[in-house]
Design a protein around this ligand. Structure first.
Ligand code: SF4
Length: 456
């Protein structure tokens, strides 16, 4: 079955991206610093490795489509000051951590991590490495904004041991760039990409975005061709989420300039066709990778996992996250730091862990989280094996979800056999929709539900 306007209309509706389950809007302020400290102390003997995340919330300018927690400023003193608090927070968590636990994964996100000057990049990495043992084979990744970047930044990342980088491109078209206030000429992208290849990182990812104002099939086709030609190892083609009621600055984007549904449909088809023809495998949730990439192999081996950084091959890690708004995770608990920078810094200054809210995952949440993870990561679910693992009669327990999935099977999104639910190639575009029937929170009354972006 083919992607059609009718399918897009039917399934384009608000839904979570499932970087966690339960999703972040359900975290509660009744779960805070005290509970997180107890969890940290109780889990040091778990035998699980660590994944470390650092959030750098600063950017030089505001991209009008931005959905991240960030602050646009040209006052670098704010970053210097922030680093001081970040180091203090890292020290406080390290003091609670069993020193034998190794970090298998390190990720710097933002905002813009490369807002930091090269010497501060080195200083931050050295500080983390002095507090947490980082395993030799750790995946160490960083998001890169090509604007304001120097070759020295790239060298500082390389010297610090970063082995994976992700370059934010979005669209090479000048008109689109102007309409979202992110000007980065193609010549700049090429130069920065050249530095990244020269530094010989293990993997280079390029982020694109679809659904931006003034995007056309012809224009985006040119962008895709040029990006395919530079041959990144991975590509993410995110759908722009226009949620001005949540992200006020998005009102700067003129709604009448956004591509209509027919154009969005054509763009989706174009992306699939061009990237698969170029040899990329579609993982799901906007992510593409070369067939021999570990993310593709992990999907085949059913070891792929999803957390706040998106898809990851490090399933059995506790995630310790540092910086304003960042989210930490153990097997049973999620906690989020304060998003407000002043509040975050004030709490750290007092020697506190700057937790704003969190959640202890209930037994039923874990079961449903597993079902959602199988769909999002494995693209299939073995009902009998799942039932045995969780000691349930799958068909009875998930009768409601199965009825919804049966309707999706009629639209060609999934195949339902007696023992298995399998996502089809077409269904990969609608993964969020296919996971949503397993989400008990979406069945709450509409007024108790948070607002999510549209699935497509
Ligand atoms: S660089 Fe990234 S985080 Fe900063 S404003 Fe642009 S989209 Fe947002």
């Amino acid at each position: 079955m083919q992607l059609s306007l009718a399918l897009l209309q039917k399934y384009s509706k608000p839904g979570p991206r499932y970087t966690s389950y339960p999703t972040a809007p359900y975290f509660s302020e009744s779960f805070g610093e005290k509970e997180w400290l107890e969890e940290l102390r109780a889990t040091q003997g778990s035998g699980r490795d660590l994944s470390l995340y650092v959030h750098i919330p600063f950017c030089d300018t505001l991209c009008w489509y931005c959905g991240c927690n960030m602050v646009a400023t040209r006052n670098y003193n704010r970053a210097t000051e922030y680093l001081g608090y970040l180091f203090k927070e890292i020290d406080a968590v390290a003091a609670q951590t069993n020193p034998a636990r190794q970090a298998k994964q390190l990720h710097w996100g933002g905002g813009t991590p490369t807002y930091l000057h090269p010497d501060d990049i080195r200083r931050l990495f050295a500080h983390i490495a002095s507090r947490f043992p980082i395993s030799d084979d750790a995946e160490k990744s960083c998001e890169i904004d090509p604007r304001e970047l120097s070759r020295e930044h790239v060298m500082a990342l390389k010297e610090s041991g970063i082995n994976r980088v992700s370059l934010g491109v979005q669209d090479l078209d000048d008109t689109v760039q102007k309409a979202v206030n992110r000007i980065q000429p193609e010549s700049l992208i090429r130069e920065v990409y050249g530095w990244m290849r020269e530094a010989d990182f293990d993997s280079v990812n390029v982020d694109l975005m679809v659904g931006l104002p003034h995007q056309t099939v012809e224009g985006f086709s040119v962008t895709l061709d040029k990006i395919i030609a530079i041959n990144p190892d991975r590509l993410a083609v995110f759908n722009y989420a226009h949620v001005p009621w949540m992200k006020k600055h998005q009102v700067l984007i003129k709604e009448e300039a956004l591509p209509d549904l027919a154009t969005r449909l054509a763009l989706q088809m174009l992306i699939m066709e061009k990237l698969t023809a170029a040899g990329y495998v579609y993982i799901g949730m906007d992510h593409y990778a070369k067939p021999d990439d570990e993310i593709v192999l992990a999907q085949k081996n059913k070891t792929l996992y999803r957390n706040f950084q998106g898809y990851t091959t490090h399933k059995d890690c506790d995630l310790y996250a540092f910086g304003a708004s960042s989210i930490s995770q153990t097997e049973d608990v999620f906690v989020q730091n304060h998003k407000d920078l002043k509040r975050y810094q004030a709490l750290v200054a007092e020697g506190r862990l700057p937790i704003e809210r969190g959640l202890r995952v209930a037994a039923e949440d874990k079961l449903r989280r597993d079902a959602i993870t199988r769909i999002m990561c494995d693209l299939e679910l073995d009902k009998a094996a799942f039932g045995r693992q969780w000691n349930i009669d799958f068909d009875a327990y998930f009768a409601d979800a199965l009825a919804e999935l049966q309707a999706m099977a009629g639209d060609g999104l999934v195949e339902m056999s007696a023992g298995r639910i399998s996502v089809t190639s077409l269904g990969r575009i609608f993964l969020r929709n296919i996971a949503m029937p397993f989400d008990a929170y979406l069945k709450k009354k509409a007024e108790d539900r948070p607002m999510f972006s549209k699935t497509l």
